[in-house]
Write a new protein. Structure first.
Length: 189
């Protein structure tokens, strides 16, 4: 996605987890006549390039219209997937990346576009819902190394964002930021 001034925005979909509370890899969960990973990928449709990090069950995911990276150490947590995804974007001309976890089925292209509109190499922004920070998150290229350094275990960008000015972007009117940790939490909204 190119925004004002020619800024390029990549997409990063984190879909490697085994889904222990969910009972299966969330990427493989049936949703709206397809898989949850395909649904989540559509929210990032305007981003270019898009990287999807798979792990558990990766061999069962059909071909996707994105660059697929397999996290062989997915059991170590989300941090390794975030690091791997950011590394896959290093050689691109993206100025920023919108990061989305696979288990947020209520995220829309409109929410992604709101964040992407703020893209710049030094940008940090995240969607918020009724004042509560959520996903997706926009990370400017200047922050990728710092985010990767602190993304360990089951921790993503939160520690890096904690001490920095982050723009909260209200998205409740265009998206639902709820996570689906169990199959009954998959919303068809």
């Amino acid at each position: 996605m190119a925004v004002s001034g020619g800024t390029r925005v990549a997409g990063l979909l984190l879909a490697a987890g085994g889904g222990s509370r969910f009972g299966m890899p969330k990427a493989l969960a049936p949703f709206r006549g397809g898989l949850l990973v395909s649904h989540a990928l559509r929210a990032l449709a305007e981003c270019k390039p898009v990287v999807v990090v798979l792990g558990a069950g990766a061999e069962k995911v059909p071909p996707l219209p994105a660059t697929v990276v397999v996290n062989k150490v997915w059991t170590t947590g989300m941090g390794s997937s975030l690091r791997l995804g950011l590394a896959a974007l290093t050689d691109t001309d993206a100025d920023a990346v919108v990061v989305l976890p696979v288990d947020t089925p209520g995220i829309t292209t409109a929410a992604v576009a709101r964040l992407a509109a703020l893209a710049a190499p030094d940008a940090l922004a995240r969607a918020s819902y009724a004042g509560v920070p959520g996903h997706p998150v926009l990370i400017g290229r200047a922050h990728w190394a710092g985010v990767a350094e602190l993304a360990v275990g089951d921790t993503g960008a939160r520690p890096y964002l904690a001490g920095r000015p982050v723009v909260d972007v209200a998205c409740a009117d265009v998206a639902d930021g709820a996570d689906a940790d169990r199959p009954d939490e998959l919303r068809s909204t």
